[in-house]
Ligand binder design. Structure first.
Ligand SMILES: NC(=O)c1ccc[n+]([C@@H]2O[C@H](COP(=O)([O-])OP(=O)(O)OC[C@H]3O[C@@H](n4cnc5c(N)ncnc54)[C@H](OP(=O)(O)O)[C@@H]3O)[C@@H](O)[C@H]2O)c1
Length: 382
């Protein structure tokens, strides 16, 4: 095992991994509520004591303005001098909504920085690490890099590919239907799975449904279970012709939880006013030749708005579009322990969940029981 000398004490690589793993756990707190910023975790540790003493912990605060490094340094105070700082993403080196974190790290007298990965954001992109080295701080890079990559996937997609990380989630019955005949909504999953979905929502920046789901289900699309309240993402409806009913619960509560409609053309202010008056944002994306919203254009639009993590919650037509165009990074299918009589709506309009298993671009990465329901996660092959 590799060893390092820090402030006259020996630090093993596994110790670095241990504290970085803790910093990665801290970073998870910010997922879904810090966009357009990445969610970062930071630990400050005095490695000269036996055992090492944790001096400060921090993660990016809601809204993204207060960075993890500032929070952890604030907690550590003067004791940070000479300590080791663990951070899950390269510290920023530019003035944004906050001053550069590297300045704060340098002035706090941190002796060594352990960073999980560099930040490809052009405003950072190696400059943060370079500033630390230029200030004489010892720098270790790439500790638990693969895990940090998974955690920062939304930020990476947005910065490098100009689109959010996309998860598509559907609940289906044992026979593959996602709704009753005539598109009547159906309760498919039970308590544990429902709570899992609310936690998924809480980690997303935005949730999307098609106009069909809005009119048939009138969903709220909020996080309502204990521990997730106040973390509801932006709710987005794809509605090419702006036909959505203003009386829907989603628009009626737009003042409390942000709600956006993406349309396929520029409507007059007379048409959009009833929505904007309620606090609904009306955005515009391109249409395909088949007169659907072009998903590339929609995803680019959302990335421009700062969305890094998108959860698509149906219905069948939208799920079909995401699957066939392979725009979903992950597909999460939750099989409920119920079956309905024939005539239900198949998960992907033309077929049931088997369509995912047949798609060679996706592979099954996880199967887990959620109470009496079963979750299957498929990830896009690279
Ligand atoms: N079990 C589950 O997990 C689950 C989840 C959600 C919904 N559902 C069920 O699904 C049913 C609704 O499904 P649905 O297929 O009728 O409607 P949908 O997929 O929710 O919405 C389809 C509509 O979205 C708009 N749209 C815009 N761009 C699109 C694109 N690129 N691809 C596809 N659609 C696009 C189109 O309307 P415009 O032309 O007006 O733009 C289209 O008609 C309901 O019965 C609901 O209960 C089940």
């Amino acid at each position: 095992m590799r060893e390092l000398i820090v402030n006259s004490s020996v630090v093993s690589a596994s110790e670095d991994e241990h504290y970085m793993a803790e910093a990665l756990c801290l970073a998870k707190h910010g997922l879904g509520c810090v966009w357009p910023n990445p969610s970062v975790g930071c630990m400050i540790v005095d490695m000269a004591t036996v055992p090492p003493r944790i001096l400060g912990r921090g993660w990016t605060q809601p809204g993204g303005c207060l960075h993890a490094e500032s929070v952890a340094l604030g907690e550590a105070g003067e004791s940070a001098r000479g300590a080791t700082l663990y951070v899950t993403l390269e510290p920023c080196a530019h003035y944004g909504r906050t001053p550069p974190c590297v300045d704060r790290i340098i002035s706090a007298g941190i002796g060594r920085v352990v960073s999980a990965m560099s930040d490809p954001d052009p405003r950072v992109n190696g400059k943060g690490h370079a500033c630390l080295l230029a200030a004489g701080i010892t720098l270790e890079q790439g500790v638990l890099e693969a895990a940090a990559h998974r955690l920062n996937i939304g930020h990476l997609r947005r910065v490098l590919e100009k689109r959010p990380f996309v998860q598509l989630k559907l609940a289906h019955c044992r026979n593959g239907s996602i709704a009753r005949a005539g598109n009547h909504p159906l309760r498919i999953t039970a308590g544990i799975a429902d709570s899992y979905v609310h936690h998924m929502r809480a980690k997303a920046d935005a949730i999307m449904v098609g106009a069909g789901t809005l009119s048939s289900d009138d969903p709220e699309l909020t996080c309502r279970i204990p521990g997730t309240e106040g973390r509801s993402p932006v709710r987005i409806v794809l509605d090419r012709d702006l036909n959505a009913g203003l009386s829907s619960r989603l628009f009626q509560t737009a003042g409390k939880t942000p709600s956006w409609i993406v349309t396929g053309q520029c409507f007059s202010s007379e048409r959009t006013l009833p929505f904007t008056e309620k606090g609904v944002r009306v955005l515009m994306a391109k249409q395909t030749e088949q007169r659907k919203l072009d998903l590339d254009s929609v995803l680019r639009l959302l990335a421009n708005e700062g969305i890094t993590r998108l959860l698509v919650e149906g219905g069948a037509s939208l799920a079909h579009s995401f699957l066939t165009s392979e725009k979903a990074d992950e597909i999460i299918l939750i099989e409920g322990n119920i079956a309905i009589d024939c005539g239900g709506l198949p998960a992907f309009t033309v077929a049931g969940p088997e369509l995912v298993a047949q798609n060679r671009s996706y592979s099954l990465s996880e199967t887990r029981a959620l109470g009496q329901d079963t979750l299957r996660r498929y990830v896009k092959r690279i």
